[in-house]
Design a protein around this ligand. Structure first.
Ligand SMILES: Cc1cc2nc3c(=O)[nH]c(=O)nc-3n(C[C@H](O)[C@H](O)[C@H](O)COP(=O)(O)OP(=O)(O)OC[C@H]3O[C@@H](n4cnc5c(N)ncnc54)[C@H](O)[C@@H]3O)c2cc1C
Length: 319
């Protein structure tokens, strides 16, 4: 109930204007967001790299409203690729297709994605396409397949375990050795398409983890690159210790070398778990969001954990 309300509010313009006007909200959001500038984000990645973790940089922003804005965002994303390359950090890039025009014009979005992937390929950088709400799923998968057919192999997908169809999607994507980041899913979906109960999404997460690890155990599957830019096939993206333990136990049973899987977590969440896995020698990649458009991302993080909301509300009361 609370989760649904917060996710609905993440799309409400009036709430966005109000919350973004509060200095305290910006300060609380800093727990999850590396900063408002690319320089802030690069500093955060360097600190993670020093601890042995790699990163994926995400310039916050979604639901771009004009073609001009989508093209300008594409140009900014290309400059992030240049910054990753020049600064020699161990990082790749994540993006949302609605940033570059998915909801406006699919041809424009394809053109923008092609520009990004072409430049990323020249620099040897992998690009992860985040998954948004269910309405974006088909167009996102079809754009991915279009790029694959055009010869781009430096792009990967995200699969959300809360969707009924995800196991079938994974089985199909694995046929072409797609690099997949597995997440539980952060949006509000109807029970027509997604498990209403968290326990079912958790169980599906384990089943899909098994599909991914078994695929990775197959000879010839891509591994994590030593320079931190390329992930292996399975990126297990969760802060849930039981899901992590399931993956670790299965990897052990499959005798899977550590570089054939990767754990991913969000900036600022469960740092102890991030560091523990890294110390055990597993590739760990942290999703590092930055930029001024932090509002919807921040609201989804509040929705995931009521304690975050209470912390935010009590900070507001104390100010
Ligand atoms: C690297 C990465 C990329 C992602 N990309 C996408 C994407 O493209 N599309 C998409 O729909 N979703 C994405 N997500 C979000 C994901 O779908 C979940 O909403 C989010 O990860 C919370 O689920 P969980 O697996 O951590 O499990 P949960 O069961 O929700 O949480 C497990 C434990 O993790 C901790 N935790 C979880 N969330 C928080 C929080 N916000 N604040 C503090 N502690 C917390 C708590 O200790 C909690 O008990 C991504 C997540 C990660 C880690």
């Amino acid at each position: 109930m609370l989760r649904s309300l917060l996710i609905s509010l993440s799309k409400a313009g009036w709430m966005k204007r109000m919350v973004m006007g509060w200095g305290i909200a910006r300060r609380v959001a800093r727990r999850f967001v590396a900063g408002e500038t690319l320089v802030d984000a690069l500093d955060a990645v360097r600190a993670l790299n020093q601890k042995g973790m790699s990163a994926t940089l995400d310039q916050l922003g979604e639901d771009t409203t004009t073609p001009g804005e989508a093209r300008a965002t594409t140009t900014q994303i290309i400059s992030i690729l240049d910054a990753i390359h020049k600064s020699e950090i161990r990082a790749n890039l994540s993006l949302k297709l609605t940033q570059i025009g998915l909801a406006l014009d699919r041809d424009l979005c394809a053109e923008n994605l092609r520009r990004i992937l072409t430049h990323a390929r020249e620099l040897g950088i992998f690009v992860r396409v985040d998954m948004e709400d269910f309405g974006c799923l088909e167009p996102t998968l079809s754009l991915y397949e279009k790029m694959q057919a055009e010869g781009f192999n430096n792009v990967g997908m995200v699969i959300q375990s809360y969707l009924y169809r995800s196991e079938a999607d994974v089985a199909r994507l694995l046929e072409s050795q797609t690099r997949i980041r597995l997440v539980k899913g952060a949006y509000k979906e109807s029970d027509q398409v997604a498990f209403p109960k968290k326990a079912d999404a958790d169980a599906a997460f384990d089943r899909i983890t098994a599909l991914l690890l078994q695929a990775s155990a197959t000879a010839g599957a891509p591994i994590a690159s030593p320079d931190g830019t390329w992930p292996p096939i399975p990126a297990i993206a969760t802060h849930d210790e039981r899901r992590v333990q399931f993956a670790l136990d299965l990897a052990h049973r499959l005798d899977l070398p550590k570089e054939r899987m990767e754990f991913q977590m969000l900036y600022g969440i469960r740092r102890n778990l991030q560091e523990a896995l890294c110390e055990q020698g597993y590739p760990v990649r942290i999703y590092v969001p930055f930029g001024t458009q932090w509002y919807p991302y921040f609201m989804r993080r509040l929705a995931e954990r009521p304690a975050n909301l209470w912390f935010f509300l009590s900070s507001l009361v104390r100010r």
